[in-house]
Write a protein that binds this ligand. Structure first.
Ligand SMILES: [Zn+2]
Ligand SMILES: [Zn+2]
Length: 322
């Protein structure tokens, strides 16, 4: 769509309505201070904070709940009806997710490999999902300094293995934002590609259709010469891919988290690397043959936070027709 652009969002936030320290106005102010265009307010098991936040213009607020259960934490976004999560059991989670979808909501898995009991009861995903097509998004990165975090590496492997099986799941970052203090680690964001001006419906549609990029700051995207990008499905064959690395976005993150983009790498099934390109400018192109029935995700690597050869950004895949 002609007026689409990428908006910086934080998709996992808490307030005093659950266990956060933020009042709703303080969270909105903190989001503005970080140049975030949108947030998803995902308090534990309540949407009372959202009732206070929903008229916010900047940031735009998408309503949600973090189902906080003994077997995992699930981000339920914009569901028309409160669905009782208390009887969700490992073997019945598919039924619960179907109910969410029947009521217009999205299902996302929060921090799937966080340490569980006794550190955070239920923080580890222990549900037995049978039909992963019910899962819209998955936090491949969570919390501070996401590139350092071992659970995040496991989350990326889980996500890639689901893509290999043919599921289309949007990668997201969740800061699991509770407070400004006591969180000195560099953070990240999820960029969503939406029609301008940003609306909650636009955010929701971007997540549902896989138009996401997780990044420590740079807006890194890839598309075909005719504009097909993350979330789209295209025919196999020779294409020109256009990579864009915009380091001017989220200026506060750059003071918090310096980074130097070095390499663009393209991955496909099995997390196999099929292209490596040194970063040499804001826009670069490469000619490549895309194979049938595969996914291709572009990633940005570089230096950040005093570390070299670090993952800086992950684009949701382009999918190739069977
Ligand atoms: Zn959680
Ligand atoms: Zn949370």
């Amino acid at each position: 769509m002609a007026n689409e652009r990428w908006f910086a969002c934080e998709l996992h936030c808490h307030t005093v309505h659950s266990d956060g320290d933020f009042t709703v106005p303080a969270l909105l102010e903190a989001a503005r201070a970080r140049y975030l265009d949108g947030i998803a307010l995902t308090d534990h098991n309540t949407f009372s904070g959202y009732m206070e936040a929903k008229t916010s213009v900047l940031p735009v607020v998408l309503g949600g709940i973090e189902w906080t259960t003994y077997f995992g934490h699930m981000l339920v976004l914009d569901c028309a009806r409160y669905i009782d999560w208390r009887d969700a059991k490992p073997d019945t989670i598919d039924e619960k997710m179907r109910l969410v979808h029947e009521n217009g909501g999205l299902c996302g898995i929060a921090h799937p490999f966080q340490l569980g009991t006794p550190i955070c009861t239920g923080g580890h995903w222990d549900y037995h999902v049978r039909d992963w097509s019910l899962v819209n998004h998955l936090e491949i990165w969570s919390e501070g300094a996401p590139y350092l975090n071992t659970p995040n590496r496991r989350a990326i492997r889980l996500w890639a293995s689901l893509l290999d099986q043919g599921y289309r799941i949007a990668p997201t970052f969740g800061r699991d934002w509770h407070r400004t203090k006591n969180n000195p680690l560099p953070s990240a964001c999820t960029y969503l590609r939406c029609p301008a001006p940003l609306t909650p419906a636009g955010m929701k549609h971007a997540i549902a259709s896989g138009r996401t990029v997780v990044s420590v700051g740079p807006l890194f995207t890839f598309e075909t010469a005719d504009g097909k990008t993350s979330g789209d499905c295209i025919p196999a064959g020779d294409v020109q891919l256009v990579f864009r690395t915009d380091t001017t976005r989220l200026s506060d993150m750059q003071t918090e988290n310096t980074f130097v983009p070095r390499e663009i790498r393209l991955y496909t099934n099995g997390l196999r690397e099929v292209l490596r390109l040194p970063v040499s400018g804001e826009t670069q192109t490469a000619q490549i043959t895309l194979d049938a029935a595969r996914w291709y995700s572009s990633c940005l690597w570089g230096d950040t936070d005093g570390r070299q050869d670090t993952l800086l950004a992950v684009c949701a895949p382009l999918y190739i027709n069977a």
